[in-house]
Design a protein around this ligand. Structure first.
Ligand SMILES: Cc1cc2nc3c(=O)[nH]c(=O)nc-3n(C[C@H](O)[C@H](O)[C@H](O)COP(=O)(O)O)c2cc1C
Length: 560
């Protein structure tokens, strides 16, 4: 068990023991989890460059390990720099799993990891992965045969805390964990959610503490809700586990390993500048191209780019830019535009946090005021206005009785502009209101998770309108212009689990229609027609047109 004091906050070192996996000693206990679609060779090498001490492959089917050598080598890419490395396999027949383990050992994997945790329905229906949490007999027979087949290699398990959420006694978990340690596994990694729970709800760290207390002399790795470096150290400190798996927290933030080492040493965690990000993303592209060829590299980097965008100062814009790439040329253009030399001065203030910026100054009486508390609108307005001040209107949304969405959105924007204009009569006020409209039903912001769930279920598989009303107002000049923008969004058909997963991100809060395309909501979207910024809540082009018109002598045309 690691030393657990003092707190791993900045400035106070946390003494951590190296991680033991049988004969292997891993120098630092925060390691890269198995991540389908992400812990491929290219990203593992990237993570190693940011000091990840140990990595696990994506889950691989045992049967695929038995393919002939050439096919197998196409599937499994290895590199001498990518060690120590665990190869994770998944299957239902203990004998096939054992044969696959032999192949992995011969290929040079340092650890054989058995996946008894995967909750994907297709995997469960084939009696693989998490299914084995309901069948300790098959799970332990698998461990027994694998251990016998590769006695020289450390074998580890990835478990969930139970199969069903309602398995309060966790009997199968204890049977598998105990039996596996008796059979000589080197470590057990526990994702502290049930299989049934998939990724919903919080991971049960108390359960991790119980597991460690039950096996004080064995290596236990904890998994679940390690979204930052500080979470990883907190998990180790609070539960006593020997190591933490960085999973979702490592996707798009490979610096999490370096940040964890910094925090453990009592140093401020490394914050990658935009230049650091640029360099690493370009290197990732080169690695992917070398390993998989150009076509696949573009696809891979599109996928990763969406996650790298998370720590860019303009995450939404960059994420959408990555979504649109189809070729190397597109890719380079996105990199140049968003990570180019002109952008390199930005420094980040927190782990995956917001960019620090100079506070905008504006003449209280006559400058430009954005009448919105929304940071997204502020970011978008910065594209066309250098200096402005934010003064939220404080207007509560009206009950949505109006049947005409454009009328409603414009009226709401005008009400906001007039409220703020009353306090700043000489200032130019910009206000906006965005809503989502499915046929005749208008969705504002959901009051709670249940309402958000209802909205997303209704939007699932259908095309809806996003309408933003805009008002530009200067009270002292008695001048008001208004306009609106409409975009169309088609949602993917969403399984209830996908909706729950999305709700778990809490990105639905404070968003019309319960989703934010610029955050994880883009995963819900099949197709967007029209202005992307409008879906984010602020159609910059339309606002710019209205501002230009506002500067011209009034014709009365749009004045109300
Ligand atoms: C996209 C994705 C792919 C995953 N693929 C695997 C996998 O192939 N094998 C595995 O054992 N776990 C897999 N997991 C589970 C993670 O390793 C980890 O246990 C889980 O995400 C909980 O940690 P977190 O809440 O910190 O993300 C995956 C998780 C995600 C989000």
């Amino acid at each position: 068990m690691p030393e657990v004091s003092p707190k791993p906050s900045q400035g106070a070192a946390l003494i951590l023991k190296p991680l033991r996996l049988g004969p292997l000693e891993i120098d630092f206990p925060v390691v890269l989890a198995a991540l389908a679609g992400f812990s491929d060779l290219s990203y593992r090498l990237i993570c190693r460059s940011t000091t990840a001490p140990f990595c696990t492959t994506e889950a691989m089917l045992d049967r695929q390990m038995l393919l002939d050598g050439k096919l197998r080598r196409k599937l499994i890419k290895l590199d001498p720099a990518d060690h120590p490395l665990a190869g994770q396999i998944m299957g239902f027949d203990p004998a096939v799993m054992a044969r696959a383990a032999v192949v992995l050992a011969e290929m040079g994997f340092d650890v054989i990891d058995l996946n008894f945790a995967c909750p994907v329905r297709k995997v469960l229906s084939k009696k693989r992965g998490g299914f084995l949490m309901s069948r300790p007999d098959i799970a332990l027979e698998t461990v027994r045969l694998v251990r016998a087949a590769v006695p020289e290699k450390p074998v580890t398990l990835k478990l969930r805390r139970a199969f069903l959420e309602t398995d309060a006694e966790h009997a199968a978990f204890w049977e598998i964990a105990r039996g596996a340690f008796d059979l000589g596994v080197a470590a057990v990694a526990v994702h502290a959610r049930s299989v049934d729970q998939k990724y919903r709800g919080r991971a049960d760290w108390d359960f991790l503490a119980r597991v460690k207390a039950a096996f004080p002399d064995r290596t236990i790795l904890g998994s679940g809700d390690v979204l930052t470096a500080a979470d990883a150290l907190r998990m180790i400190r609070e539960t006593g586990v020997d190591g933490a798996l960085a999973a979702r927290g490592a996707i798009g933030n490979p610096w999490i390993f370096r940040q964890a080492r910094d925090l453990a040493a009592g140093r401020p965690p490394f914050q990658p500048s935009l230049e650091d990000q640029r360099e690493l993303i370009l290197r990732h592209f080169e690695l992917a191209r070398e390993i998989y060829g150009l076509r696949r590299a573009v696809k891979i980097m599109r996928n990763f780019g969406i996650h790298y965008a998370h720590i860019h100062p303009h995450p939404a814009k960059v994420r959408m830019a990555f979504v649109g790439i189809k070729s190397e040329t597109d890719w380079r253009a996105v990199m140049e535009e968003h990570y180019g030399a002109a952008q390199n001065k930005t420094v980040f203030s927190g782990v995956g946090g917001e960019a620090t910026r100079e506070a905008s100054q504006v003449d209280e009486s006559s400058g430009i005021i954005l009448a919105s508390a929304s940071p997204r609108r502020g970011e978008l307005l910065k594209r066309i206005v250098d200096v402005f001040r934010v003064v939220p209107s404080g207007i509560d949304e009206e009950p949505l009785r109006e049947r005409n969405p454009v009328g409603y959105a414009v009226r709401a924007a005008i009400a906001k502009a007039e409220t703020v204009g009353g306090a700043y009569p000489h200032a130019l006020i910009i206000a906006a209101d965005t809503l989502v409209c499915l046929e005749n039903e208008i969705f504002g912001k959901p009051a709670d998770r249940n309402e958000a769930r209802d909205m997303l279920a209704k939007l699932s598989g259908r095309r809806h309108r996003v309408v933003t009303g805009i008002a530009i107002y200067r009270k002292s000049a008695d001048r008001l212009l208004h306009g609106h923008e409409t975009s169309w969004v088609t949602f993917k058909a969403l399984e209830p689990e996908a909706i729950e997963r999305y709700l778990d991100t809490a990105d639905y809060l404070d968003k019309a229609g319960a989703y934010a395309i610029q955050e994880s909501g883009d995963a819900l979207v099949e197709k967007l027609e029209g202005d992307y910024d409008n879906v984010v809540g602020f159609p910059v082009g339309k606002v710019r047109d209205l501002l230009l018109e506002f500067e011209r002598p009034a014709t009365g045309a749009a004045k109300t």
